[in-house]
Write a protein that binds this ligand. Structure first.
Ligand code: ATP
Length: 247
């Protein structure tokens, strides 16, 4: 697999204050790569830097071989990078279908009509709710809508920020099954999570982030064969309580 995303020594933050430092990572084409870390580790800042919502102080981001450092968010969407923010951030008063159309703003009407069908077949839970306002959906359905909306721009790289947040375990399982399905379509996914247990089941590899820095990387096989996942957690994240072990 070749690298679709290459992040090199990124330093970024807010109002001149550094939040993430010397962050280097690669995301292989067609992979599901995870970024794990506790609250405040800097995961969202990194995602926003890749999505063009935060301009890095230094470092370089390459997408499909093109330097995209500091490019604005809309341009990145057009280039094939789509971001699902933490908390879903959808237009609550708009219908499911209207939210999807907003997600396809950079595409033609015909493209949107076709892509809405693709999204509906991936998420049958929201297919029957196309004219319901988004606020009426359950948490799991809202997360599916947020992912569906991001898919409307026909991305080649999907950036997902904590899709499990606030969802009951059964819904988390359902959303993650869809992520696996999406990956099988060849879509490249960078997934931010705090829930180690569910993430390790679907990720090809995981980076661990702590205090604004990448502190480790593990391949899926290493994570799954680890005698004690708690050792990985305490070594990289300084905690043994990242998510619930369903087994
Ligand atoms: P969480 O899981 O809680 O979202 P995170 O790993 O995504 O955490 P970030 O949100 O990237 O972490 O936060 C990294 C650091 O940057 C934190 O110290 C946070 O307080 C700070 N920070 C995040 N957003 C802003 C902002 N808009 N303005 C100023 N500081 C911010």
């Amino acid at each position: 697999m070749t690298d679709q995303l290459l992040v090199e020594e990124i330093v970024a933050g807010y109002d001149g204050k550094v939040a993430i430092e010397d962050v280097t990572l690669t995301v292989a084409r067609g992979s599901l790569t995870a970024l794990l870390g506790a609250n405040g580790a800097g995961k969202t800042t990194l995602m926003k830097s890749i999505a063009g919502l935060v301009v890095p102080f230094s470092g370089r981001i390459r997408f499909d071989g093109t330097d995209v450092t500091g490019k604005d968010a809309r341009r990145l969407v057009e280039m094939g990078v789509s971001y699902v923010p933490e908390g879903r951030a959808m237009a609550r008063a708009l219908s499911v279908r209207e939210n999807l159309v907003l997600g396809g703003m950079t595409r033609s009407k015909q493209d949107n009509r076709e892509q809405i069908e693709v999204v509906m077949s991936l998420f049958p839970e929201i297919a029957g709710r196309q004219h319901s306002p988004a606020w009426q959906l359950s948490g799991g359905q809202q997360q599916m809508l947020a992912i569906g909306r991001a898919l409307m721009s026909r991305p080649r790289l999907l950036l997902l920020d904590e899709p499990s947040l606030g969802l009951a375990p059964l819904l988390v399982k359902r959303v993650f099954e869809r992520l696996e399905e999406l990956r099988r379509t060849g879509l490249t996914i960078l997934l931010v999570e705090q829930n180690y247990w569910i993430t390790m089941k679907i990720a090809d590899c995981a980076y661990f982030m702590r205090n604004g820095r990448i502190v480790g990387r593990k391949e899926a096989a290493e994570m799954r064969s680890a005698g004690s996942p708690e050792e990985i957690l305490s070594a990289y994240l300084g905690s043994t309580t990242q998510g619930t072990n369903p087994s």
